[in-house]
Design a binder for this molecule. Structure first.
Ligand SMILES: Cc1cc2nc3c(=O)[nH]c(=O)nc-3n(C[C@H](O)[C@H](O)[C@H](O)COP(=O)(O)OP(=O)(O)OC[C@H]3O[C@@H](n4cnc5c(N)ncnc54)[C@H](O)[C@@H]3O)c2cc1C
Length: 374
């Protein structure tokens, strides 16, 4: 037993990006908050390490500042298909490539500055109304937030596990010491896997391979992508490969009584969307507002609204992943209409509303997809 019993307004299980962002947003409303994580900062995790423009804006809103030594800006997304390249620029603003450990360190530091109480190296072992059990004591609280990731135990304990059948894939990540050759996040599409390349430092890129098979690691996948192999020639891998499940998971509900879920614990989108962190940050703001009003139904509504567009985008990307003809048509079309690609990215990221995209643009895109055989 460590400290015995702690008292707080909100207890958060999981001090990853979602847990820390939620804690910082809760502090803005003057509530007391305790976060517990079984790991200690900086916490690493398999990730493409690309922050979309809205995610960067959310970080600024939390008061997290990142300098050029910590992150590398990127201008947009580039799809590299079998024979075709499509490039989409973000409108005016930029995304950031950042090592996951650097991001976590920055979030943990800011959380401490704004008065979040963190219990690192502490496992949550059970929850009840008004009380949370830890491996080192108990916490008495009004609200319990599960920010404990994909395999959330809080989700299970709170009875919030029901949802649509999830669609799972596998991702493996590794870093290489090489000067980034691109100002874009590159998505290289192969026949049974994709490699995402993100510049994360002046002399470093992050590669993630995603596929339906846990057997496909970067070494095997790279045989399909000679252009990347050429770039990496003589450039050593500087981290071991680290794997995770990338799941499209949609839950029926994300709150019940005094319990609420946030981040991957509350459902997730396919990693190719690059929106996991952005969703977590938007949810954090919405959840904090709902807790301040003592009304979690507001969060239910906001969560559905926040998650819907990337869920739709996940379905499109998963369809492209499994159908070569669709993949070719989408990439060919976007290559011919780069401004549409840019607008689509802006809608996807939430910078533009779908209404700003315009009926004319949707019509043009749809028409090109139908009448663009190769
Ligand atoms: C292959 C891949 C690539 C991705 N690429 C991107 C990308 O480029 N951009 C992007 O925005 N998103 C990306 N994502 C998604 C992003 O990584 C996740 O959405 C994000 O990590 C969610 O954060 P989280 O805080 O909800 O969960 P996590 O980061 O998983 O944090 C959960 C925390 O809970 C803690 N925990 C769990 N159980 C307990 C317990 N019982 N007690 C105490 N602590 C506990 C864990 O230690 C962990 O620190 C990618 C995901 C994958 C799989």
């Amino acid at each position: 037993m460590g400290w015995g019993v702690l008292k707080t307004d909100v207890f958060i299980a999981g001090g990853g990006p979602a847990g820390l962002a939620t804690a910082m947003e809760i502090r803005k409303h003057g509530l007391r908050v305790v976060v517990a994580d079984l790991a200690k900062p900086p916490i690493d995790k398999t990730c493409g390490e690309g922050l979309m423009p809205q995610t960067v804006a959310a970080l600024k809103g939390f008061g997290v500042t990142l300098g050029p030594a910590q992150a590398v800006p990127f201008r947009g997304i580039r799809f590299i298909g079998e024979g075709t390249v499509a490039t989409g620029d973000f409108p005016a603003i930029y995304g950031l490539g950042i090592r996951r450990t650097t991001l976590h360190q920055a979030l943990a530091r800011r959380a401490e500055e704004v008065g979040v109480q963190s219990l690192w190296g502490t496992r949550v072992t059970g929850i009840d109304r008004g009380e949370v059990s830890l491996d080192s004591g108990k916490v008495h609280c009004r609200w319990v937030v599960g920010a404990d990731g994909q395999n959330s135990m809080v989700r299970k304990w709170a009875g919030l596990d029901q949802g649509r059948p999830q669609e799972s894939r596998f991702g493996f990540r590794q870093h290489f010491r090489v000067a980034p050759w691109t100002e874009f996040v590159e998505v290289h599409w192969g026949h049974n896997c994709q490699i995402v390349v993100t510049p994360v430092a002046r002399e470093e890129v992050c590669l993630v391979v995603t596929s339906r098979s846990p057997q496909i690691r970067l070494t095997e996948a790279l045989t399909q992508f000679p252009a990347i192999t050429e770039r990496l020639k003589g450039c050593p891998a500087i981290t071991k490969d680290l794997g995770a499940v990338s799941a499209l998971r949609i839950l029926r509900k994300v709150s019940r009584g005094p319990f609420a879920l946030v981040g991957d614990a509350s459902g997730s989108v396919d990693s190719l969307t690059g929106e996991g962190l952005g969703l977590a940050f938007q949810q954090a703001t919405a959840l904090a507002k709902a807790l301040a009003k003592e009304d979690l139904t507001r969060y239910e509504v906001a969560h559905r609204h926040i998650n819907r567009p990337p869920e739709v985008m996940s379905r499109l990307l998963l369809a492209m992943e499994s159908r070569a003809w669709l993949r070719r048509r989408v990439i060919d079309t976007l290559a011919k209409e780069p401004h549409l690609f840019g607008r689509l990215l802006a809608v996807h990221d939430g910078t533009f509303s779908p209404l700003d995209f315009g009926i004319g643009s949707f019509f043009k895109l749809g028409l090109s997809l139908i009448s663009n055989p190769r």
